[in-house]
Design a protein around this ligand. Structure first.
Ligand code: GLN
Length: 485
């Protein structure tokens, strides 16, 4: 088996048994990046020299005994890493290439645990999108079918993992950006409970919705990464001081007596029939393993997308205000006035999706419209959250599709932002509720495109979600299938 194709768990065993070195493993992934990136465009900045130096030190100092000692990974291009370009795939930071002088908390934790960053993965501009098509570096192609998107916004992260360019990747999930690309690329991705992982040093899109999490090949690998990245961070006041368990301990394969709910609002007209069948088949497997299945209702689900696409742009309009070209990033020559300066910096620097959201958000927050849109959306957010709280009184896990469609053709939604937003229909309710949700491979379409099963739990129930996902994954092993690249 080629070295880069192995899982984190397998790699740790090999490294500790001295069956391979950290340098060999890093080189194997670097070879994959060099061979496949011209086709896939998954990686936008590389860090090979430093990565190999780090691998050498790990080999020399017995660093492979660290929790992720010698494991190479990719980080979405919004994780600040000292000395490595970090641009959120936006021209506003790409011009005069922004290179942060500090590490995000997650980067710091991973480095301390011995993980090795190989570079930055492609993303929609400032993570706004569902297809990585809004990146200033161009679209990431899906390793399973290069005419299709890899999903977004963490498309580079998922394509990178699917193509064995890193053993795992970091993503962010504001409204599905870890789960959707994971489903499109046959990866396993977890959006943790809001407050479980630190956002410090990660460029924000919508601060009350953004979470950061891993995209991996298996559930066990997710657990291994979560063990390192989860937990209170004094630099992010929204992280919560709860002990971090050993997430691998719960992967027993046992789901006997687990109560799983199927929300009827997630099986609606427009859902691709092959996805519907695969989710029902997945649930039948969980039933065979001893879980009980009931139909449940999340009555406000139909409002989730509309609510998200009011609240998210409002927070975007505020978060994007800091990009003024004065302290860093894109700037312009000979402005006629201050207004001309700001106007040109921001209209040249931002792409159209970012501008659309700034305008929608600014409008919805302005006096007179605030009550009609923003306040109203916040109220609906509460109703959606209450739906989940009520459901989790009766069930342990909610199972659903990740997306209404498999990976779509590049360019298909170019002139229709609403059609693009509707791709997120099953992904944004969880965000309103701040609950953990993950995507696990659950089969393929007849034409060979990967499909994902979404599993959600109540706040802070990552262990339960992982246990369920692991039992299902081990019973089906769809993760073992690789794209023919
Ligand atoms: N597709 C969603 C959006 O465009 C989610 C993006 C994300 O989770 N970063 O906002």
């Amino acid at each position: 088996m080629p070295l880069a194709t192995i899982t984190i768990a397998q790699a740790l065993r090999k490294l500790r048994m001295k069956e391979c070195s950290a340098q060999e493993l890093a080189l194997a992934c670097i070879d994959r990046i060099e061979a496949m990136n011209p086709t896939l465009n998954a990686v936008v900045h590389t860090n090979f020299e430093r990565a190999l130096e780090q691998a050498k030190n790990i080999d020399a100092s017995g660093g492979t005994s660290l929790p992720l000692g010698g494991i190479p990974y990719l980080a979405k291009d919004v994780f600040c890493e000292a000395g490595v370009p970090t641009t959120a795939c936006s021209n506003i930071l790409r011009n005069k290439t922004y290179t942060p002088p500090f590490d995000s908390t997650t980067t710091k934790r991973l480095t301390a645990a011995g993980a090795i960053s190989l570079g930055k993965a492609n993303t929609d501009e400032f993570t706004m999108g569902s297809s990585t098509e809004t990146s200033c570096y161009g679209v990431t192609r899906n390793p399973w079918d290069v005419t299709r998107v890899a999903g977004g916004s963490s498309g580079g992260s998922a394509a990178g993992v699917a193509a064995d360019m890193g053993l795992f990747a970091l993503g962010t999930d504001t409204g599905g950006s870890i789960r959707e690309p994971s489903a499109f690329c046959n990866c396993t991705g977890l959006r943790p409970t809001y407050g479980r992982t630190s956002r410090f040093g990660v460029m924000s899109m919508a601060s009350s919705l953004d979470t950061i999490g891993p995209i991996c090949k298996t559930v066990e690998d997710i657990a291994l990464v979560m063990n390192v990245i989860a937990g209170k961070d004094p630099l992010d006041g929204t992280t919560v001081d709860k002990p971090v368990p050993d997430h691998t301990k719960v992967l027993t394969g046992n789901v006997k007596g687990m109560k799983i709910g199927l929300p009827k609002e997630y099986f609606i007209e427009g859902l691709n029939p092959e996805i519907e069948t695969s989710v029902h088949e997945a649930v039948a497997i969980l039933k065979d393993l001893g879980a009980t299945i009931t139909e449940i209702s999340l009555p406000h689900s139909a409002y989730a997308t509309a609510t998200y696409y009011v609240l998210c742009p409002c927070e975007v309009s505020s978060n994007m205000a800091r990009y003024d070209g004065i302290r860093f990033g894109h700037t312009v020559d000979k402005p006629a006035s201050l207004t001309d300066y700001y106007g040109r910096v921001r209209s040249e620097g931002f792409g159209s999706e970012v501008k659309r959201r700034i305008m929608i958000g600014t409008y919805a927050l302005s006096s007179g419209y605030y009550d009609a849109y923003y306040r109203q959306a916040q109220k609906v957010r509460t109703l959606i959250r209450q739906d989940f709280n009520t459901a989790f009184r009766d069930v342990d896990i909610i199972a659903a599709p990740v997306t209404p469609n498999p990976a779509f053709t590049i360019g298909i939604h170019d002139n229709d932002p609403i059609a693009m937003y509707l791709e997120d229909i099953f992904l944004v309710g969880q965000v309103m509720a701040g609950i953990p949700a993950m995507s696990v491979p659950c089969g393929f379409t007849k034409t060979g495109l990967p499909l994902g099963l979404q599993l959600m739990g109540a706040q802070w129930s990552e262990e339960l979600v992982l246990r369920c996902a692991h039992a299902y994954e081990q019973a089906t092993r769809f993760f073992e299938k690789k794209p023919a690249l």
